[in-house]
Design a protein around this ligand. Structure first.
Ligand code: E4P
Length: 216
């Protein structure tokens, strides 16, 4: 499973990119607001840091302006992935932009039928929002499983990009369910490595090692 970072904060991206574990970045209008940066400027900087796809989201809601904004975002760098909401205009714009050779990420996916539709439109990624479904007491992980089954039935090439991830268990369950990508906030990605027994075990090993008086 690929890891994308779900942030527009350049310092966080630089830090995680240095681990060699980062496969891409996702942003959205709320994350751009949080970064306090100009959208084109910050996306250009992120695209310079990260080799993989960087999602930048259109904010228009009609087909023509979505296309205009999508093409404008794509000019920023060759690893820009145009993010569009799953509306009828968004799906239509996705099909056109894919036919023009652009990468697309279809966002705000909350049903398997939406995922089926965007796969038929040739989307590069579909972004099901797990956490926001969980917030409404609907099992977000079930959606990932349904989309996986549908995509496998018809050998759709659209990748499942699990989004709105809130916990480390979401990450594990996405991997078990066969999501292609998980986009993680930095606070979640850093929790993946942690286990109290690892800390305790290391502390004990180092204490014993000190007693040997040896060095390597
Ligand atoms: C990523 O593409 C999504 O925009 C993001 O994961 C949404 O997460 P949230 O539900 O925590 O805002």
């Amino acid at each position: 499973m690929k890891f994308f970072l779900d942030t527009a904060v350049v310092d966080e991206i630089r830090e995680w990119n240095a681990t060699g574990l980062l496969d891409g970045v996702t942003t959205n209008p709320s994350l751009i607001l949080k970064s306090g940066r100009d959208v084109k400027e910050v996306l250009a900087e992120i695209c310079d840091i990260v080799e993989g796809p960087v999602s930048g989201e259109v904010v228009a809601t009609d087909y023509d302006t979505m296309l205009k904004e999508g093409r404008e975002l794509a000019k920023i760098a060759k690893n820009i992935c145009i993010k569009l909401p799953i509306t009828m205009d968004g799906v239509r714009a996705c099909k056109t932009l894919v036919d023009e050779g652009f990468k697309t990420n279809m966002t705000l996916c909350f049903s398997a039928n939406q995922a089926l539709l965007v796969a038929k439109a040739g989307a590069t990624y579909v972004s099901p929002f797990i956490g926001r479904l969980d917030d409404m007491a609907i099992d977000g992980m079930e959606l990932i499983e349904e989309i996986r089954a549908i995509y496998d039935n018809y050998m759709f090439e659209t990748e499942i990009l699990a989004a709105s991830i809130r916990t480390v268990n979401h990450v594990k369950d996405c991997a078990i369910a066969g999501a292609d990508v998980a986009t993680l906030p930095p606070s979640t990605i850093e929790k993946l490595v942690k286990h109290p027994l690892t800390d305790k075990g290391l502390e004990d090993f180092l204490a014993d090692w000190a007693k040997t008086g040896q060095s390597i």
